[in-house]
Design a protein around this ligand. Sequence first.
Ligand SMILES: C[S@@+](CC[C@H](N)C(=O)[O-])C[C@H]1O[C@@H](n2cnc3c(N)ncnc32)[C@H](O)[C@@H]1O
Length: 252
Amino acid sequence: MSFNVPADAYGRFMGKYAEPLAGEFVDLADVRPGQRALDVGCGPGALTAQLVERLGADAVAAIDPSAPFVAAIRARIPDVDVREGVAEQLPFSDDSFDLTLAQLVVHFMTDPVSGLQEMARVTRTGGLVAACVWDHAGDSGPLATFWQAVRAIDPGAHDESDLAGAREGHLAELCAAAGLEQIEPSRLTVRVRFATFDDWWEPYTLGVGPAGAYVTQLDEPRRDALRTRCVRQLPEAPFEVSASAWCVRARA
Ligand SMILES: C[S@@+](CC[C@H](N)C(=O)[O-])C[C@H]1O[C@@H](n2cnc3c(N)ncnc32)[C@H](O)[C@@H]1O
């Protein structure tokens, strides 16, 4: 899915939410010095940077299938072992890590259960596997206003609500199907401030992810109609957007 985009475009769009979420997610994972960690679907490195801060670059590895993101994270954090690849086929031996994390990735995996099984395989027995996915099925995800506006104008549009892990309880079900143990679901919320409406809107036009892909295929009149609808739905600027993600911690 549309992640063959410049890392800067991702940073201006989802990175605004992913960066603060990474700080919360790494706290939830209870990362301790001396541990070895893997960031699966690392993107340009929001979570990897948090892991490196706590564990040091030598103790952290990261993997993502997007070539521009892999290049960006290698430039951002040069000493981390970064691979190009997918969760479903992790190029690491069994029991290589104390914790394996996937922030905002399970919903993009081709086979989420096999991706989680692979995360468990490379984690030592009893080690932590943790994942989080935005609440795209509810009304508290970061893209809720956007998809509400799309549905009002284009009721047949395919939004992100049916993606894996995007509804309450589904990440835990996927973890159980993958054979993980001691599954603990939770939820994290971050708030992001926008100075103007265009600060909020412009990143949707950069083609990132399903929302960006939707905007890219609209002709100008339909794009203008969607933009106008979003203006009507959002508070007057400056405003804050609250974004929640479903999370799970589990044991390999
Ligand atoms: C929303 S981004 C999240 C990136 C990063 N974890 C963050 O929090 O900013 C989703 C990421 O999942 C990656 N991805 C897509 N399919 C994947 C798969 N099968 N295995 C691992 N990563 C995948 C994409 O390339 C993209 O970097």
